[in-house]
Write a protein that binds this ligand. Structure first.
Ligand SMILES: CC(C)(COP(=O)(O)OP(=O)(O)OC[C@H]1O[C@@H](n2cnc3c(N)ncnc32)[C@H](O)[C@@H]1OP(=O)(O)O)[C@@H](O)C(=O)NCCC(=O)NCCS
Length: 211
């Protein structure tokens, strides 16, 4: 059984490979005619975007198979929600298509909620194209609610901003262990994730064990 580890992006990770994974994960949106940045962004753009916040990755057998980047509140954002001091936001969120549907994205979201709560935020928010009904359904399933609809500058599609209260995450979720705070190296409590299952859903073999 393959193990999946959630950890911060490190200097050793290849941004070329991370970018290729983003392109692959976002190809579905590209096929829908929704050309958000991750569909075809350059490695330089990936580097710039991970630098805007704290980037975490899901790793399996030495390969990055998932990622997201977390931002503190964005004073200059066009989104009313992102500008709120109570709100952290999540960006550049993707799981390698080969690993989708196995719980990796859900665990990355749990990590994001814990991160937001531990940094003193009440809410975690994200945006997704309004035309991506499958993603809105996914986020609603994860407990997010529609908070705002707007068209960000430079995008030719409308975006839905979804938000979720994370105060419960602070009280109940797993521990983020910072082994080397200066390097933002951390691990996720293995006890919480061992044995995580998805009742009622077929898990493709080999199914990953998240630790
Ligand atoms: C969105 C994405 C990150 C989700 O990651 P994932 O690893 O496939 O998701 P998971 O397997 O963890 O699914 C988590 C839960 O959501 C549910 N879910 C998945 N798709 C769903 C949908 N369309 N509607 C409702 N629920 C859905 C799963 O059944 C699972 O439920 P459970 O925890 O109760 O069993 C991944 O599909 C992806 O990378 N997509 C392409 C890139 C992208 O669109 N990113 C988001 C841009 S805003």
């Amino acid at each position: 059984m393959q193990a999946i580890t959630l950890r911060p992006l490190s200097a050793e990770d290849s941004l070329l490979e991370l970018t290729a994974m983003l392109h692959s994960a976002f190809s579905r949106l590209g096929r829908m005619g929704i050309f958000c940045s991750c569909v075809d962004q350059s490695v330089a753009r990936t580097r710039q975007r991970v630098g805007l916040g704290e980037c975490f990755v899901a790793e399996c057998e030495g390969r990055v198979v998932g990622t997201l980047t977390l931002h503190r509140h964005e004073r200059g954002s066009e989104s009313d929600v992102y500008r709120s001091r109570r709100v952290a936001s999540l960006h550049q969120f993707a799981v390698d298509p080969e690993y989708q549907g196995r719980g990796v994205g859900g665990k990355l979201l749990e990590l994001a909620e814990t991160w937001a709560a531990r940094h003193g935020y009440d809410e975690l928010a994200l945006d997704t194209p309004t035309a991506a009904a499958h993603l809105i359904a996914f986020y609603r399933h994860q407990g997010f609610r529609l908070a705002e609809i707007l068209r960000f500058s430079g995008r030719d599609y409308a975006s839905a901003v979804l938000a979720k209260n994370v105060l419960r995450a602070a009280a109940t979720s797993h521990v983020l262990r910072f082994r080397r705070p200066a390097m933002t190296l951390c691990g996720v409590n293995p006890d919480t994730f061992a044995g995580h299952s998805h009742p009622g859903r077929t898990v493709r073999a080999p199914s990953p064990r998240i630790r």
